[in-house]
Design a protein around this ligand. Structure first.
Ligand SMILES: Cc1cc2nc3c(=O)[nH]c(=O)nc-3n(C[C@H](O)[C@H](O)[C@H](O)COP(=O)(O)O)c2cc1C
Length: 382
């Protein structure tokens, strides 16, 4: 059985995280991933309706109306109920902390802290908070001394039993997360689904460089889907993997059947990047995402495609809102379907447990048999 620092930190059977994926709650996915031995994650973007442009109107269909703080507390307590017969299952929450979402993020993190303080069961099972898409420093202990102009809640001080990870797309951001003293870093290459970096940094370049330059455990994201990915991530120095796109195409996932099947059908040539809610976003290629790319090209002379940050506009936001609403009508070509390049390596819709078990078996097999496949006689296995 592959064991790394990951299992030591989080107390799981497997070194696998199901990625946060708003605007869905990923409630069912979180429960399935936690029960299958990984870390399940509750996603929170959809909890910001009315308070953030990052939350599409359509998300209220998923969560109903309510204050973000109450919605997240309720989700956490519901998850405790859902996992009551699974003593080893653990889960976490993902809160994007980008400037567009910061008002909601502040309330979501407050709600998480309250749930942690109010319930022994939450303190046992809530093991992880993943911040993403923004600056981790305001959430650090002694943030001002560490050089942050803004001060938010000190995550590690307020929830000492919860590990804090931050998602980074580049070495520079990983260094900032290290300064914030996160417990570990989730480094995600640009091939990942949905929000991705302004600059084109692939997972195979990002992971070893973050491992080299930053003194924190690293979990690899972007393009992960099977045992080959896990073995490769470990070879690059990571302690585990986080998967988004692969998790959508599972039996238990909260996503529409059409979305799951789209991921299975598409090849690695079928994604593109345009301006999304917080920055660049990777979509499956269809009429709607091509329209977003057309609009993105018009933004300040196509700055996004030169790797330069650029704001969104009403036309793009409208396309996103309409595209999400079209999902509910099953209109594949005019929907917004987010997904990573790894869509080209996904050919089935398994149960989460089958997926996790197969990832572990395959990775172990690769690691065990690799020496026999190497030609150099001096390092060939006995
Ligand atoms: C549909 C979808 C929604 C996502 N929403 C979020 C989100 O709410 N917060 C976040 O930090 N990342 C989000 N992501 C990114 C994932 O957390 C993860 O980093 C990414 O999917 C990893 O790459 P992969 O898709 O190749 O596995 C989303 C990804 C997808 C595909």
């Amino acid at each position: 059985m592959i064991r790394t620092k990951f299992q030591e930190m989080l107390g799981t059977k497997y070194p696998i995280i199901q990625a946060g994926m708003g605007p869905y709650s990923t409630f069912k996915l979180c429960a399935a991933a936690a029960k299958a031995g990984g870390v399940g994650i509750i996603s929170t973007i959809g909890m910001g309706a009315g308070l953030s442009s990052a939350t599409p109107e359509a998300a209220t269909k998923v969560f109903g109306k309510g204050r973000p703080k109450d919605l997240i507390k309720q989700s956490i307590f519901n998850m405790i109920e859902e996992l009551k017969d699974a003593p080893d299952a653990v889960f976490g929450v993902n809160v994007p902390v980008s400037s567009e979402f910061i008002t909601v993020a502040t309330r979501l993190i407050k709600g998480t802290i309250e749930a942690y303080n109010e319930s022994e069961e939450v303190r046992k099972k809530l093991r992880l908070i993943i911040t993403s898409a923004g600056d981790p420093l305001p959430w650090a202990v002694n943030a001002a001394e560490k050089g942050s102009k803004k001060i938010k809640r000190a995550i590690k001080e307020e929830m000492p039993g919860v590990k804090w990870a931050h998602v980074v797309p580049a070495v520079q951001h990983a260094k900032r997360a290290e300064r914030a003293d996160v417990d570990f870093i989730i480094a995600t290459g640009r091939e990942g689904g949905a929000h991705c970096a302004w600059r084109d940094i692939s997972t195979i370049v990002l992971i070893p460089e973050v491992v080299k330059q930053v003194n924190k455990p690293v979990v690899a994201g972007g393009g992960m889907c099977d045992g080959v990915s896990l073995a490769a991530a470990l070879a690059m120095g990571a302690v585990g993997i986080q998967m988004g796109t692969r998790m959508i195409a599972t039996q238990e996932s909260d996503f529409e059947q059409m979305w799951k099947e789209a991921i299975v059908k598409r090849t690695e040539q079928d994604t593109l990047v345009g301006r999304g809610l917080f920055g660049p976003m990777r979509f499956l290629r269809n009429s709607q995402s091509l329209k977003i790319v057309d609009e993105t090209i018009k933004l300040e002379g196509g700055k996004l495609f030169k790797g330069i940050p650029v704001g969104s506009n009403m036309a793009i936001m409208r396309l996103e809102m309409d595209g999400l609403a079209n999902l509910f009508d099953g209109d594949e070509d005019n929907s917004i379907i987010l997904g990573g390049v790894v869509t080209g390596r996904i050919h089935s819709i398994p149960k989460v447990k089958e997926l996790f078990d197969s990832i572990m078996t395959e990775a172990e097999e690769i690691i065990k048999t690799l020496p026999q496949k190497v030609i150099a006689p001096e390092i060939k296995a006995e």
